[in-house]
Design a protein around this ligand. Structure first.
Ligand code: ADP
Length: 200
């Protein structure tokens, strides 16, 4: 049975587990996981011109410019592997990015099929990030001060993205508390419903 392509955006605050869930989802559907955070960290690790440009921004917990991110995602989505669908993780992070993504995908004739938001309270988020930093994630932006900054940036700049999709009745909210497997099952259950309704 050929499944309809899933073109998904995963939303959620830093520490919500969206990266973990995005990877699992992409694997289970055999579609690319596109993480803008990963692309940027790779660029930094390779000391590429992009990496040199953005390192200080990431380390401070701030957002890279919309123009740069939109160019980056346009290039990434033009690779053939996303014809089968994709899971976007970390993009869009601002209203301008969400609007740019809608028009880009509109031009490509590949609109989003699902927007999933993982909900976790701020206190749980800070604790998770603290643990991740203590275990040594190797990420220079995983410490409590930068985490607090990233949460603030999330509420100011990324929360409006959820509102944008919610207004269009496209947002599926999923409780992000529980084991990785529990959350994974909730996400799949939600997608099952949407995929069926799209097939009608
Ligand atoms: P998180 O742990 O919050 O999920 P990510 O790995 O997605 O973080 O991203 C790490 C950092 O990369 C962000 O704090 C931000 O500086 C930068 N970044 C990633 N995606 C974007 C984006 N779409 N727009 C602007 N900055 C971004």
């Amino acid at each position: 049975m050929v499944q309809n392509p899933l073109r998904i955006v995963m939303l959620g605050p830093p520490g919500a587990g969206k990266g973990t869930q995005a990877v699992l989802l992409a694997k289970s559907r055999a579609i690319p996981h596109i993480s803008t955070g990963e692309i940027l960290r790779e660029a930094i690790a390779n000391d590429s011109p992009l990496g040199r440009e953005v390192k200080a921004v990431l380390d401070a917990g701030n957002l890279v410019s919309d123009k740069l991110m939109i160019d980056l995602i346009r290039q990434r989505l033009s690779k053939g592997d996303s014809d089968a669908g994709f899971v976007l993780d970390g993009f869009p992070r601002t209203l301008a990015q969400a609007q740019a993504l809608s028009s880009l995908l509109g031009e490509m004739g590949k609109p989003l099929t699902n927007i999933v938001e993982l909900n976790v309270s701020d206190s749980v988020l800070l604790e998770r990030i603290r643990l991740r930093g203590a275990k040594g994630s190797g990420r220079s932006d995983d410490n409590v001060e930068v985490a607090a900054r990233r949460l603030k940036v999330y509420w100011e700049q990324t929360a409006p993205v959820s509102a944008y999709y919610e207004e269009r009745k496209e947002l599926s909210k999923v409780d992000g508390l529980g084991t990785i497997e529990e959350v994974q099952n909730r996400i799949s259950a939600g997608l099952g419903g949407v995929v069926k309704s799209l097939k009608k």
